[in-house]
Design a protein around this ligand. Structure first.
Ligand code: DAH
Length: 349
């Protein structure tokens, strides 16, 4: 009997040498350990063994079963490790190869200048607010002291929608009156509102039917034109450098009194006179003024108690000046090379 077990072990040892795959391993497992396998068959011989030898034979059987099970497990682990190594070998990565370049976008130049202005005003305690682009005549004109039929409306060639009560806002100034109405009782007010505006302008190098404005408004008890001048000075120096000078020229807007045009000294010729500043040494960048008492009244503010200033920059104009862009359409085309080129130029500064 012992001989039989010995032979089977020898046969098994030879069988496992021939295993080269998990499939073959399974075949050997079935041949030895299944219900009809060789180890099981051996245990059936127990019946024929005299009682006094049963214990010894039982132990022998356990031993061989454990041996076969452990050996098969060992071979299985080895096969799995070999397989993994083969796989790793196949998937080897050559880290010396150059990587595929991922194209990185760059922010639109207009977006960038708006963010710069936003950050600057936020650092001075202003909130950034939004307003609707489809606006009511009431906010775009009437409350801003531009009643129906007023000649000054013609200056803003407006896109009207639905029977002239609704329109595409022709300026961001309606956000002033919307904010004043909303913030009544929660003064002082300090806001800027960057946003799209629309006019029936021809599309050429300096005009677009859609453009961005940045509106600003401050309402408090003691506000003067010199506060506006100081604020404008900070913005101009931040955007165009510490040598930038500023000046106000009298102007006329229906919603401010007095009204001004705000100029910066020409950064190209340093005031000497050149084609950019049309030989004046100055460049106009925004309209502004002290909020008209009528506008304050229209929004429920007593002009004897409250006052404020307001301004409106053309964002494209700021960016064109700052980056030396000659065609407003540059901002709206989708050629990534252009934004990339402005990015590069900034990096060199
Ligand atoms: N809304 C004016 C325009 O589009 C610009 C402007 C001028 C805005 C004076 C203001 C202001 O807030 O006070 O031409």
């Amino acid at each position: 009997m012992k001989e039989k077990v010995k032979n089977m072990k020898k046969e098994f040892d030879e069988a496992i040498l021939g295993i080269h795959s998990l499939n073959e391993l399974n075949e050997v497992r079935v041949a030895y350990l299944s219900k009809k396998g060789k180890v099981t068959e051996l245990s059936l011989l127990m019946r024929e063994i005299p009682n006094e030898q049963k214990k010894e034979f039982g132990m022998l059987l356990n031993e061989i079963r454990n041996y076969v099970t452990e050996k098969l497990e060992e071979v299985k682990k080895q096969l799995e490790a070999d397989e993994l190594n083969k796989k790793l070998e196949k998937e080897k990565i050559d880290i010396s190869l150059p990587a595929t370049k991922i194209k990185i976008g760059s922010p639109n130049i207009l977006e960038k200048i708006i963010e710069e202005v936003e950050e600057l005003f936020m650092s001075m305690g202003y909130d950034v607010v939004d307003g609707p682009e489809i606006e009511q005549d009431l906010y775009n004109f009437e409350l801003l002291n531009l009643p129906k039929g007023h000649a000054a409306r013609d200056a803003q060639d407006t896109f009207y929608l639905k029977g002239e009560e609704l329109l595409l806002r022709s300026q961001t100034s309606p956000v002033q009156v919307r904010t004043m109405l909303e913030k009544k009782g929660k003064e002082p007010i300090r806001i800027i509102c960057p946003g799209k505006t629309y006019r029936r302008d021809p599309d050429d190098a300096t005009h677009s039917h859609q453009f961005m404005q940045i509106e600003g408004l401050l309402i408090d008890k003691e506000v003067s034109l010199s506060n506006l001048k100081g604020t404008f000075d900070v913005v101009a120096k931040k955007l165009f450098g510490p040598d930038c000078k500023t000046r106000f020229r009298p102007s006329y807007y229906q919603f401010t009194e007095p009204s001004v045009e705000t100029d910066i000294s020409c950064f190209k010729c340093k005031g000497e006179g050149c084609s950019l500043c049309k030989n004046t040494g100055w460049i106009t960048v925004s309209g502004a003024g002290m909020v008209h008492p009528k506008v304050l009244e229209n929004c429920g503010y007593d002009p004897k108690e409250w006052m404020g200033f307001a301004f409106g920059f053309g964002a494209e104009r700021l960016a064109m000046l700052k980056y030396g862009i000659h065609d407003i359409r540059t901002f709206y085309n989708t050629d990534l090379r252009e934004t990339e080129c402005f990015d590069r130029r900034e990096g060199q500064e």
